[in-house]
Design a binder for this molecule. Structure first.
Ligand SMILES: Nc1nc2c(c(=O)[nH]1)N[C@H]1C(S)=C(S)[C@@H](COP(=O)(O)O)O[C@H]1N2
Ligand SMILES: [Mo]
Length: 220
């Protein structure tokens, strides 16, 4: 087994560069516009078994308890929408999707973190994970999406649930998400352990950990 690499499948023939389209929102540096919606992930697409599915919040919760939602309970939480772009670190971007689902803030309010929590680990099927600073997770635009553009997510795009963190690269948003761990110290997730940047801000091109950011000091 070698190092895992992000795999993209699907139609790439329609990829094109943004050419002076002033009416389009700007892309982060180094990104190209993707028409259509490619599928990118590591490993197989999990099968959804509603009777076995639960969403868990655990780790440093304020009450010390683990909080669980069945699929029925989770999808009954208040629904909201966020229009956001998706920027893959492999340099394609998809603009202007409307994500529908449950804001991360709803989870933070329903199952609050303990005062010492600084980071979260978002967990998905097959052990995929991604770490986020609490403030990135708590952004009012961070959303656990069940829908895109008014339609249920397809299996390959993360059904029944995926996280979308609009201001960070897309690997920070696990598809097939199953839970959140509240942490009192940072720990690296799946791709972060394999050399991806710990924060992942596309506007600062924080793609990989070994990237130098002059004037920024060492990346920890
Ligand atoms: N569970 C899981 N979620 C994942 C990934 C993955 O490998 N596993 N890849 C991430 C990456 S790198 C990207 S670019 C987006 C791609 O989402 P899409 O396939 O819906 O376009 O999913 C993210 N979420
Ligand atoms: Mo990606």
């Amino acid at each position: 087994m070698g190092q895992p690499v992000e795999r993209e499948s699907g139609d790439r023939s329609s990829r094109e560069r943004v050419s002076g389209g002033a009416e389009r929102p700007p892309l982060p540096p180094g990104q190209r516009l993707q028409r259509g919606w490619p599928v990118t992930h590591y490993g197989p697409v999990p099968k959804f078994r509603p009777e076995r599915w639960e969403f868990r919040v655990f780790g440093a919760t304020v009450d010390g308890e683990k909080h669980c939602w069945t699929h029925e309970e989770f999808t009954a939480l208040p629904y909201a929408t966020v229009v956001a772009d998706l920027h893959c670190v492999t340099k394609f971007s998809m603009l202007g999707a409307e994500w529908g689902g449950v804001p991360a803030r709803t989870i933070l309010e329903t199952a609050p973190p303990a005062p010492g929590v600084t980071h979260v680990m978002v967990w998905a099927e097959y052990g995929y994970s991604s770490n986020l600073r609490l403030e990135d997770f708590a952004s009012e635009r961070t959303i656990f999406a069940t829908h895109k553009d008014g339609e249920l997510l397809t299996a390959e795009h993360g059904f029944p649930l995926r996280l979308v963190v609009p201001h960070l690269y897309a690997w920070k948003g696990p598809k097939w998400v199953r839970g959140v761990e509240y942490m009192t110290a940072d720990r690296r997730g799946f791709w972060e352990e394999r050399g991806y940047h710990n924060i992942g801000d596309p506007w600062r091109e924080q793609r990989y950990s070994y990237q130098e950011e002059p004037g920024d000091g060492p990346e920890l």
